[in-house]
Design a protein around this ligand. Structure first.
Ligand code: FAD
Length: 265
């Protein structure tokens, strides 16, 4: 299996600050981690490789510092890593990000053969849209399944376990395919000191806008149709009220009295 995993480096903080002028996230000063769901996606990819043999490549679009995230991926089972980085890509929204990533997937496929399977996280914990994975699949014209927690390879198709509101489904999908991965039942493995040292020695190739046939009108801020008008952190007006009663009937009665008194509705 020729497998590709898309990795986003995200700020390791719950206190996201927004630039009031550009309405984009302020990333400076916050420590960075591999997006949580991408770590699950990578672990799943490495397990598939170990079971059926093959190769796992990771890519990330981001600044130079995203190399750290890619090196961490190499230390936990990825075989190859590429950073996609160029000033022209700065300010890209999800549509531009997925366009750029899909164009570089084409570039890597020309060199290393088609990817049977592309994995993304179900969403990034900073941007949080969950759009990039499905958009890459659309750009590449391959099937996609979202919210995956496990998979098995059958003859010419994949069986993927997909979370739903009531439990899960096993879905057949032809390969090549893209899946987005949610929290799995297993935890991502830890790097060892040895694997970390080996990964640190690796050179991460950087691909720039010169390396792909890009339409620059679809890249960066100019190529981003999303217009963020305003972002703000909602101010909490009041604390909630906890009504603790022995049974739900008396709790509901108390709630109605409280709601009438405070004219909450
Ligand atoms: C107007 C505007 C300007 C912006 N400017 C910037 C900017 O200058 N710099 C910036 O970093 N962000 C910028 N963003 C945010 C950027 O659009 C999103 O972070 C990015 O498109 C991914 O969207 P998301 O975070 O919602 O990812 P999701 O769609 O939630 O991510 C899902 C999955 O897609 C994959 N993925 C997502 N992003 C990447 C990536 N970069 N590389 C590899 N895989 C990825 C991962 O597997 C991830 O788990 C901007 C957004 C807007 C609207």
């Amino acid at each position: 299996m020729n497998i590709l995993v898309c990795i986003k480096q995200v700020p390791d903080t719950t206190e996201i600050k927004i630039d009031p002028v550009t309405n984009t996230l302020i990333r400076q000063g916050a420590p960075s981690i591999i997006n949580t769901f991408d770590a699950y996606a990578l672990e799943l990819a490495v397990r598939v490789k170990e079971q059926y043999s093959g190769k796992v490549t990771v890519i990330s679009m981001g600044p130079e510092q995203a190399k750290e995230a890619l090196k961490e991926c190499l230390s936990v089972g990825a075989d190859e890593a590429y950073l996609i980085s160029d000033r022209i890509f700065g300010g890209s929204d999800t549509l531009a990000t997925s366009y750029i990533l899909s164009k570089f997937i084409n570039v890597l496929e020309a060199e290393h053969g088609k990817y049977d399977l592309i994995l993304c996280g179900k969403q990034a914990i900073d941007g949080d849209t969950g759009q990039v994975g499905p958009e890459i699949a659309e750009h590449l014209g391959i099937p996609q399944v979202t919210y995956i927690t496990d998979m098995k390879l059958e003859d010419n198709f994949l069986l993927v376990k997909r979370d739903n509101d009531n439990g899960f489904d096993w879905i057949e999908v032809e390969i090549p395919a893209l899946v987005t991965v949610t929290k799995t039942n297993f935890e991502p493995r830890y790097a060892t000191i040895r694997s970390k040292m080996q990964a640190n020695k690796r050179n991460i190739p950087v691909l720039t806008s010169n390396d792909a046939a890009l339409d620059f009108a679809q890249c960066g801020l100019k190529g981003s149709p999303t217009k963020v008008k305003k972002t703000y952190t909602p101010v909490r007006q009041k604390n909630g009220v906890i009504i603790k009663e022995e049974n739900s009937k008396t709790a509901v009665k108390k709630f109605i009295i409280w709601a009438n008194d405070t004219k909450v509705f």
